[in-house]
Design a protein around this ligand. Structure first.
Ligand SMILES: *[C@@H]1O[C@H](CO)[C@@H](O)[C@H](O)[C@H]1NC(C)=O
Ligand SMILES: *[C@@H]1O[C@H](CO)[C@@H](O)[C@H](O)[C@H]1NC(C)=O
Ligand SMILES: *[C@@H]1O[C@H](CO)[C@@H](O)[C@H](O)[C@H]1NC(C)=O
Ligand SMILES: *[C@@H]1O[C@H](CO)[C@@H](O)[C@H](O)[C@H]1NC(C)=O
Length: 173
């Protein structure tokens, strides 16, 4: 039963997020790209600066085919040297299994708690709703990257890829 998921990739959502960590953390850019347009549509994907101390990120992905029963998430961090180079983490995890037991992957847990606690993808499968991240404050992420897991100064890029997996059962329908 361990291999009942097909590796067939139906969607990839890429989120580029540049983080500058100096004395102060900043989100500098966010870019949501949907590779397979049949999967859904981004209603919005933006950063907003309210004032000098409050900046947030909001994303809404309307998903056409629900429910989602299996999903893999890849998170790749890179740091700017001459161009962006892989930095520390490039992890892929099964979202459904991870949410059942978040302690199974401390790294996934760190990213999850930093970016996804403000999102609707904060529970196990199936997902019967759109993907929404509502007003994730830069200050919250800053706190985690500077206090909980101190990162050296620099510019970072976090790319996340969301892969919808399909079970043979669904394929055969
Ligand atoms: C977002 O990323 C895609 C793919 O890398 C690129 O084609 C597009 O120009 C980018 N959009 C913005 C606004 O940066
Ligand atoms: C920035 O905006 C937030 C939310 O509206 C507010 O709570 C905070 O006091 C503001 N900070 C400054 C320095 O104006
Ligand atoms: C990171 O992992 C993903 C998924 O396995 C892979 O596609 C990507 O090429 C990897 N990145 C690097 C720099 O090795
Ligand atoms: C998931 O996010 C929703 C909406 O922000 C929130 O109401 C709910 O308490 C969160 N659940 C968990 C387990 O964090």
């Amino acid at each position: 039963m361990a291999h009942k998921m097909s590796p067939l990739v139906r969607i990839v959502v890429i989120l580029h997020l540049i983080m500058e960590i100096h004395s102060r953390f900043e989100f500098t850019n966010v870019n949501c790209t949907l590779v397979n347009k049949k999967f859904g549509e981004f209603d919005y994907c933006y950063l907003k600066s309210v004032n000098r101390t409050y900046k947030y990120m909001s994303i809404k992905l309307k998903v056409y085919e629900l429910p989602i029963r299996a999903m893999q998430i890849n998170m790749e961090l890179s740091k700017r040297f001459n161009g962006y180079k892989p930095f520390l983490y490039n992890i892929t995890f099964d979202a459904c299994k991870f949410f059942v037991n978040p302690n199974s992957s401390p790294v996934a847990k760190f990213f999850y708690e930093s970016f996804m606690t403000y999102s609707s993808v904060n529970h196990s499968c199936p997902y019967n709703h759109n993907f929404i991240c509502e007003k994730l404050p830069a200050g919250f992420v800053n706190e985690r990257f500077t206090r909980i897991l101190p990162f050296p100064d620099g510019q970072y890029l976090l790319e996340t890829r969301w892969l919808r997996m399909v079970s043979f059962l669904e394929l055969n329908v």
